[in-house]
Ligand binder design. Structure first.
Ligand code: NDP
Length: 277
């Protein structure tokens, strides 16, 4: 009997994770023999837990809150996009034994926006709320799609300014605080803060969203998040949550590990149907 290859997602908290389910469906869909588990790993135990996982024959890992920067530091080699993001969500054991670190969050978001929701990024004005690990991962992929302007607004203003400075060579990007947003309008507003997880909303001025603008919350939940509701209240053309991004970033990780690209549309449709039950 073939022993299934072992994969996992590490994070803290991790109970809410849909990743094991998504990868199980991908494996069935593509005929791959593998197991994927969720494991609660606090930041303090990260290095030890990763070492044990790969020593026991693990093939690949996803890392989520609050471990992405630690995974970046742990990886032996990094892809260009992970190097720029300084955050890694996917570790892959290489044939010669080294650990490759990649970041599939940005491509996951951009694919969901463009391919699944028909959002035009070229020439658009984009606002990212938040300057944490998720924000780091999505900046370069958005700039690569030729957005016209990208503004990062954060509670801790210095973090937004410093983050924008890191990516300045790649496009028109600035950092600021939430108060500085007064009087500005954006075609796309992305919530990359963790506020939705606690049912809160960053303090946002009125008339921030352009007519026919789109809102996207990286967080997802069975009920519309506070930010998704904010988008609806502000007459967004579409107000979306991050379930599609989650599936798309998982598909990219699956491709890195297995060399096969699973179909994402049926998985997104299934997970969406389940949360409407
Ligand atoms: P981090 O902890 O790295 O960053 C959190 C960010 O939220 C910081 O900018 C922080 O600001 C801000 N923040 C926290 N509390 C508040 C508050 N009360 N008011 C205003 N701002 C606040 O988290 P991540 O970047 O890793 O994750 C952010 C979100 O993205 C999470 O909801 C996560 O679930 C989601 N995510 C979804 C993915 C998907 O596939 N759909 C993939 C990756 C992330 P400050 O700097 O001032 O502390």
């Amino acid at each position: 009997m073939t022993v299934p290859d072992q994969y996992a997602v590490f994070g803290d908290p991790i109970k809410h994770s849909k990743s094991p389910r998504i990868h199980k469906i991908f494996a069935e869909q593509t005929g791959q023999v593998l197991e994927y588990k969720a494991q609660e790993v606090p930041a303090k135990q990260f290095s030890e837990a990763v070492a044990v996982f790969f020593a026991n024959g693990g093939k690949g890992l996803n890392c989520t809150i609050p471990l992405k920067e630690l995974a970046w530091a742990y990886a032996d080699v990094k892809t260009e996009r992970a190097g720029m993001a300084k955050a890694v969500n996917t570790l892959a054991l290489q044939p010669e034994g080294s650990l490759l670190g990649d970041n599939t969050d940005g491509i996951g978001l951009v694919t969901d926006l463009i391919s699944n929701h028909g959002v035009t990024l070229v020439g658009s004005s984009v606002l990212i709320l938040g300057a944490g690990g998720a924000s780091r991962g999505i900046i370069a992929p958005l700039l690569e799609k030729s957005v016209q302007t990208l503004v990062i607004a954060n509670r801790t203003i210095d973090k937004a300014i410093n983050l924008a400075a890191e990516f300045q060579h790649q496009g028109a990007i600035t950092g600021c605080g939430f108060n500085d947003l007064k009087g500005q309008q954006f075609d796309l507003i992305i919530n990359a803060t963790s506020t939705s997880l606690t049912g809160q909303l960053p303090p946002l001025p009125e008339a921030l969203l352009s007519k026919n603008g789109v809102c996207y919350d990286l967080a997802y939940s069975n009920e519309p998040t506070v930010f998704v509701k904010w988008g609806e209240d502000n007459l967004a053309l579409k107000s979306l949550d991050g379930l599609g991004m989650l599936v798309e970033q998982a598909a990219e990780a699956f491709f890195i590990w297995r060399g096969i690209r699973p179909k994402t549309r049926p998985v997104i449709e299934l997970l969406n149907a389940e949360r409407k039950l």
